[in-house]
Design a binder for this molecule. Structure first.
Ligand SMILES: Cc1ncc(COP(=O)(O)O)c(C=O)c1O
Length: 438
């Protein structure tokens, strides 16, 4: 294979130049950030030739494995045919993608708008919801993450990502974080207090009507917080009573990630009025997507363009990714291999007291590390990350307290891959457990 981009600078030099030339707040994992030079299938390699099994997929983005042949081949062909024209012109890949997505999404979701990131997708969704309802107030969950624009940062429910003065009209509801219930209750005797509280939030913090409730089916950056089965039906029905619509952020949970279904929200049996996604949609090519109904979309009457949105290259990549996911039954594979991982991690929870909680669905599993009395243990998570890296496995990090491992490998992993991940995580936890403060 031709070396498309030969590495000419040493790892040390790259780290030094990254520190010198990039914004200092660009977050990296590990005490010594990893420099990656190549990826193929389930593996990535560093500059020294060390191989890593990738269980984080570039933050749940490499859905079908690194440099998937079909996606790569189709993308290259499109690059050689037509790369960019903007939304001012019609292209077949964009139209075909929109048609396909209308077919694959629940209810009467039909009209797509393409952009370049999850941030833009959510920004678009909130603008449309505000125009449609004639109302500005938006309800969002604490511990959520929806992107990095001014509005999206405000929507986020984690202080560490909120760098700017909040945009008005956004109200944060307690998260359905059962392991650390904000009301000190226990499911199911809690009677879904966290969902029902939305009514009081609307009555006390808004003018009595709302534009939308925006939420991730499983809170991703927040540490894979997984709401109880009845949660969305309860909260969405209350929001709708107050005039609001439901924006479902499927940036992390879409594309079969949560197993069985293509969309995370299908596990909760609720049809969104607007859905957004990005990340895993094009396996790493930049794309953002907002879909809604005819009725809601028609409220957005101002002209709009996106220079790069819906470009033929990203749209072609997305079409190829969707084909692979559907033809290879990857939502089902996520359910099957996800169960292997979930069962294995639950067994590790029994074995290691520092594993406080294991949660998630499909190939989206969070492991919350704690000291005694559930005290968050970000130090233990950092040790676990280093110990798994040393053994050739990459896992992710999340949670308000930085103590939740995010395990989210590619959707086409095998049972053997899942078992190998478990073996490494087990060995690495044995190294971490002695540092638990009891
Ligand atoms: C649920 C969710 N929504 C939106 C975003 C923002 O996406 P992007 O980084 O592509 O702007 C993210 C990114 O992590 C996300 O996890």
């Amino acid at each position: 294979m031709a070396d498309a981009h030969p590495v000419t600078v040493s790892t040390e030099e790259l780290r030094r130049k990254q520190r010198e030339y990039l914004f200092p707040n660009v977050a990296t994992l590990y005490e010594e950030p990893l420099v990656l030079v190549r990826g193929q299938g389930k593996y990535v390699w560093d500059a020294e030739g060390r191989q890593y099994l990738d269980a984080f997929g570039g933050i749940l983005t490499v859905s079908v494995g690194h440099c998937h042949p079909r996606v790569t081949e189709r993308t290259i062909r499109q690059l050689e045919t037509l790369q960019h024209v903007s939304t001012l012109y019609i292209t077949e890949p964009q139209v075909r993608l929109a048609e396909k997505l209308a077919e694959l999404t629940p209810g009467s979701l039909k009209r797509s708008f393409f952009s370049n990131s999850g941030t833009e997708a959510n920004e678009t969704a909130v603008v449309v919801a505000r125009l449609y309802t004639g109302c500005d107030d938006v309800i969002v969950l604490r511990h959520s993450y929806h992107g990095r624009s001014m509005l999206a940062m405000t929507l986020g429910g984690t202080h560490s990502y909120r760098a700017a003065t909040p945009v008005p009209g956004v109200h944060h509801l307690a998260s359905p974080y059962c392991y650390r219930c904000p009301f000190g209750l226990t499911y199911p005797s809690c009677d879904l207090r966290c969902a029902k509280d939305v009514e009081e939030l609307i009555q006390t913090a808004t003018c009595g009507r709302v534009a939308a409730f925006i939420a991730e089916p499983i809170q991703g950056v927040g540490g894979f917080i997984t709401p109880p089965p009845e949660y969305f039906k309860e909260v969405v029905s209350i929001v709708r009573r107050y005039g609001g619509i439901f924006i479902c952020d499927e940036v992390q949970t879409g594309w079969g990630r949560t197993g069985t279904y293509l969309w995370g929200i299908q596990h909760w049996g609720v049809e969104p009025d607007i859905m957004t996604s990005a990340k895993g949609m094009a396996n790493g090519l930049p794309i953002g997507w907002t879909i809604t109904t005819d009725e809601v979309a028609s409220a957005f009457r101002h002209s709009t363009i996106s220079t790069f949105g819906g470009n033929p290259v990203s749209a072609t990549a997305a079409l190829a990714v969707i084909e692979v996911i559907l033809e290879e039954g990857l939502a089902d594979n996520a359910a099957i291999t996800g169960k292997v991982l979930m069962d294995g991690l639950k067994a590790l929870q029994e074995k290691y007291p520092c594993v406080g909680d294991v949660r998630g669905k499909g190939l989206m599993i969070g492991v919350e590390l704690v000291h005694a009395a559930k005290r968050p243990a970000p130090d233990l998570l950092n040790r676990w990350l280093e110990a798994t890296r040393k053994r050739g496995l990459l896992i992710g990090k999340g949670g308000l307290y930085g103590n939740v491992a995010r395990i989210a490998p590619h959707l086409n992993i095998t049972r053997t891959d899942a078992e190998e991940m478990l073996r490494i995580m087990d060995e690495a936890l044995a190294e971490v457990q002695p540092f638990m403060e009891v």
